[in-house]
Design a protein around this ligand. Structure first.
Ligand SMILES: [Zn+2]
Length: 450
């Protein structure tokens, strides 16, 4: 089995992935807080970790991907209030939208999508363990984590303890024993319409403890990979790690993977893309193929530039693969093209470099196009499947300019009654995957399998 190395934020270095018994790899990636339709940027961790799962399965591992849905949160209360709807109703509606919006990416579902609201028992249990170990304290129905009890606090996001601000503002400031402490449980306040009973009073969980509990419930502790956007490294992931370390005496995860942010800089609003930056609008506008191709073009750790120009380039790459696919044959690829396929998977094994892998894939396509004989497609199917783009090999789709030129020449040949040439061009089109259908409005190309 190939050695796979991934960048671990905590050790600030590449670390070898060490699967559990039977090749088990647990991945937990932080999902959205459901208070509105998700932005195209929110789709990046969903795409990165769905593709990572495909790659690890290709390498023979038994992967469980968990992407949670945060459905109890201040942002949801704040969004529901002006709408005059119960916060639980807004969260349920937006969770349904989130599932549909990500479903349209065509990458399948994660193995589990836990809801915070359905993990309250696990959350209460972990908070109780922290209080028991004197790592947390209850004040007026709130519970706070005692940051200075954790000697390793700051080791994930590489910050000195005194430079850390939990971002909780003045909320709870008077009840915290130390400004560094953060909330595990918040007593129910006026205007908050969801709450649960707990030994220290009725209220609801803080955001960070939700993820520690959901991850533990589905993957145990010390699982293989914890992921999310790099904006979550502090305080969210630092706090998740601290809670589990102090409450369970174990690290939450072995490797902490962080994807870069999506940047909309340079985007020309009001043109082809319009103002579409919500995921469902982008998918409607450009299609899932170009969007997945755009994600695959960037190394997951780098910021990803998102604009019309890059989307157009990704759409052109999609067309190139569709075009090439029409000239391929079923079955094994030539042995002397195997090096491209191997280099593709080697690039993914070294910190999941989809950008480099895609470059290699296009070398394979160029080589296949260069050859006189029709090349077997097996290696290309294998590579595209890991990138979530296997559907590009399906027969459907519009004819390319070269196909249309052949069709035009066939019509000219028929007009000149050059039947031999017309037949030759029909055969050439057939080899490219097209049947010529003559109809009352002239000839058109339809995919051969249709
Ligand atoms: Zn989280």
């Amino acid at each position: 089995m190939a050695t796979i190395r991934l960048h671990d934020t905590r050790s600030a270095a590449l670390r070898e992935l060490m699967p559990g018994p039977g090749g088990r790899v647990g991945i937990y990636a932080c999902g959205p807080t459901v208070y509105g339709r998700i932005h195209v940027g929110n789709a990046r961790p969903f795409v990165v970790f769905s593709l990572l799962k495909r790659f690890l399965e290709h390498e023979g591992h038994d992967v469980t991907l968990v992407i949670n849905i945060t459905d109890v949160n201040d942002k949801i209360y704040d969004a529901a209030r002006p709408l005059g709807v119960p916060s639980a109703q807004l969260a349920a509606e937006m969770a349904t939208h989130y599932v549909a919006d990500t479903e349209a990416l065509g990458l399948g579902r994660p193995d589990a999508e836990p809801l915070a609201s359905e993990t309250i028992d696990g959350i209460v249990d972990l908070i109780a363990a922290l209080i028991e170990r004197d790592c947390a304290y209850a004040v007026d129905g709130d519970v706070y984590f005692r940051v200075r009890r954790d000697a390793d606090y700051g080791s994930l996001s590489h910050r000195a303890v005194d430079e850390m601000n939990q971002g909780e503002g003045i909320e709870g400031a008077g009840r915290k024993q130390d400004p560094l402490d953060f909330a595990l449980w918040k007593a129910q306040k006026q205007g908050e319409d969801t709450s649960w009973d707990a030994p220290w009073g009725r209220g609801r969980p803080g955001w960070h403890i939700e993820c520690s509990a959901m991850a533990e419930q589905l993957l145990g502790v010390n699982f293989e990979i914890h992921g999310g956007g790099n904006d979550l490294a502090f305080p969210h992931h630092e706090n998740e790690a601290a809670q589990t370390r102090m409450g369970r005496g174990a690290e939450l995860a072995q490797i902490w993977m962080h994807n870069g942010m999506l940047q909309l800089k340079g985007m020309t609003m009001g043109k082809s893309l319009g103002n579409a930056i919500r995921l469902h609008e982008v998918v409607d506008e450009v299609g899932r193929d170009a969007l997945i191709m755009l994600f695959a073009n960037a190394h997951y750790r780098q910021p990803m530039l998102f604009d019309d120009e890059r989307l157009a380039a990704a759409a052109a790459q999609v067309a190139r693969i569709r075009d090439a696919a029409r000239r391929l044959a079923d079955g094994d690829s030539p042995a002397d093209m195997r090096a491209h396929r191997d280099a593709f998977f080697a690039a993914l094994a070294e910190d999941f470099n989809t950008a480099q892998a895609l470059g290699v894939l296009f070398e394979w396509v160029r080589e296949a196009n260069r050859r006189d004989e029709r090349v077997g497609r097996a290696d290309l199917v294998e590579m595209l499947t890991v990138l979530g783009l296997e559907n590009l090999l399906e027969a459907a789709g519009a004819a390319g300019p070269e196909d249309l030129e052949l069709l035009r020449r066939r019509q000219d040949a028929r007009a000149c009654k050059d039947w031999a040439e017309a037949d030759r061009l029909r055969a050439e089109l057939a080899e490219r995957g097209w049947t010529v259908r003559d109809g009352p409005d002239g000839a058109e190309l339809v995919p051969r399998d249709a």
